[in-house]
Design a protein around this ligand. Structure first.
Ligand SMILES: Cc1cc2nc3c(=O)[nH]c(=O)nc-3n(C[C@H](O)[C@H](O)[C@H](O)COP(=O)(O)OP(=O)(O)OC[C@H]3O[C@@H](n4cnc5c(N)ncnc54)[C@H](O)[C@@H]3O)c2cc1C
Length: 458
């Protein structure tokens, strides 16, 4: 049996970074990872915004990056309209990124247990007091700690096994995920403008999601697509099937030599009602911190690891590892990012109702300018002058059906913002706050004409 200050489950981006930060702060940290450390690798689109990297307290070496990006090109389904949204970023080599982060955590003093599979939480007296672990030799060991952090990705191996009455254990439903598949492919042509990632809106190829082509170099691309989990559940739509049908033989992958193929689940939803419980916090995908519109979750995994670590340091100073003692993580997270995440969730539900024809007309009418798209994606909202409002009103008048959906989304994005700004400062207020959240979503989704399983279960 091992005894630690902090046990962290999963050595992906969130877990390794939290381990680094907490070990550096002087805590006795166990980082437990089921894969061998040199096999830790996450299948992704490999793209990250520069601001996430700049916020890190350690500077990544240049070898973890494959390419620099200047922005994104967003295409309408019929490809007749292209938005160019500026914003710097990087392409990551996910294997090198993972190995680098793990070695930083280790150098800071974290104990790495790789090849150890966490089976579930140990709960005693209403608090998480450790985890049960299957060791490489097949025996089961208990790792105990004052605080356990779940950083195990979308599987959330601890969070999802906590009692259903705990706020943090809210299940991740199919309606709140994107099922994604992608290949890294060498092609036989030179990719034009490799410094721009491409996002293609197309409700046939990527229903309720988008398909992407992210250059990794002159003739290597990361190409894939995401399908809304609700459609996978209801209609059996499958991203791999759509990839084979629409992209595998397309001009985009001419001369295709597959370097790596794989997929995964991307949580694309509002924040959890709470990210903490007694002796417990969740970060990254385990805490559903992904951007609901574009599915970027590497940056939010870093951010949530940083904010969770601060709350842990605070809890140790106070000697209070309870839900209340860790609560500031909820507040810090919402302020830094969660409010925007909630607003973007409202926006994504609206986007998921648009047909190709509506997307084509909406983008052609340029209802939103490129700057406005950038502002929404950065802030989750738009600050408009009277003149801007007039201009938008004129543009909206050309596409009334799309405009009314957009107006509806903006209205509820504002409502959701106000609600999250009033998030309770301690656990007591959460029940009534949650009731208000449910009513806002009920009203919004009924006007939008979609049903969510979440709302019929609460
Ligand atoms: C196809 C696809 C494309 C994506 N594209 C992008 C993109 O371009 N940009 C972007 O920012 N985001 C992208 N995302 C999302 C992004 O990959 C994730 O949000 C991010 O990697 C989450 O990091 P994490 O540390 O929370 O989890 P993970 O990276 O998933 O790490 C979790 C770790 O926990 C370990 N683990 C799991 N279970 C156990 C267990 N029982 N015991 C011990 N260890 C365990 C796993 O082995 C893993 O190492 C994409 C996701 C997918 C699926």
């Amino acid at each position: 049996m091992g005894n630690f200050d902090v046990v962290i489950v999963g050595a992906g981006t969130g877990g390794s970074y939290a381990s680094y930060l907490l070990a550096k702060a002087g805590f006795n940290v166990a980082l437990i990872e089921m894969k061998r450390r040199d096999h830790v690798f996450k299948t992704t689109g490999d793209a990250i915004g520069i601001h996430h990297i700049e916020r890190m307290v350690i500077k990544p070496p240049s070898y973890v990056f494959t390419i620099r990006y200047e922005g994104a090109e967003i295409y309408s389904p019929d490809l007749s309209v292209k938005y160019v949204v500026l914003g710097k970023g990087f392409g990551l080599d996910m294997a090198k990124w993972a190995q680098w982060l793990i070695s930083e955590a280790e150098s800071a003093g974290a104990h790495i247990f790789d090849g150890y599979k966490v089976q579930g939480p140990i709960i005693e007296n209403g608090k998480v007091s450790g985890v049960k672990v299957l060791r490489p030799d097949g025996t089961v060991e208990e790792f105990r700690a004052k605080v356990v952090i779940d950083a195990s990705g979308a599987a959330a191996v601890i969070r999802s096994r906590l009692p259903r009455g705990w706020w943090v254990s809210e299940p991740l439903l199919p309606e709140d995920v994107s099922n994604a598949y992608r290949e890294i492919v060498e092609v036989d042509y030179e990719v034009e403008r490799p410094e721009y990632i491409r996002i293609y809106l197309n409700a046939d190829i990527a229903p309720g999601g988008y398909w992407w082509l992210f250059p990794k170099g002159r003739n290597v691309i990361n190409i894939g697509l995401g399908v809304w989990g609700k459609l996978t559940e209801e209609r059996g739509l499958n991203p791999r099937h759509n990839y084979d049908k629409y992209l595998a033989n397309s001009q985009y992958v001419r001369g295709r030599r597959v370097i790596h193929a794989g997929g995964g689940i991307v949580p694309t939803r509002r924040p959890l009602p709470s990210l903490v419980a007694n002796g417990f916090l969740a970060v990254g995908d385990a805490a559903v911190t992904v951007n609901p519109v574009h599915g970027g979750g590497i940056g939010p995994a870093l951010l949530s690891a940083e904010l969770a670590s601060k709350a842990v340091v605070d809890a140790f100073e106070k000697g209070d590892y309870s839900e209340r003692g860790l609560w500031r993580y909820n507040i810090d997270y919402l302020r830094a990012y969660g409010i925007k995440q909630a607003m973007l969730d409202v926006f994504r539900l609206m986007l998921q109702t648009l047909s190709n024809e509506q997307l084509n007309r909406g983008l052609r009418a340029r209802i939103l300018t490129e700057d406005e798209v950038l502002e929404i994606s950065e802030k989750g909202s738009l600050q408009l002058s009277l003149m801007d409002k007039l201009k938008i009103a004129l543009r909206l008048a050309r596409v009334p059906d799309v405009a009314s959906k957009l107006r509806l989304a903006f209205k509820y994005m504002n409502e959701v913002r106000s609600l999250y700004e009033a998030y309770p400062t301690s656990p007591e207020g959460l029940s009534s706050w949650y009731g208000m959240l449910v009513s806002v979503y009920r009203e919004y989704t009924s006007k939008l004409g979609i049903s969510l399983r979440w709302l019929s279960s609460v």
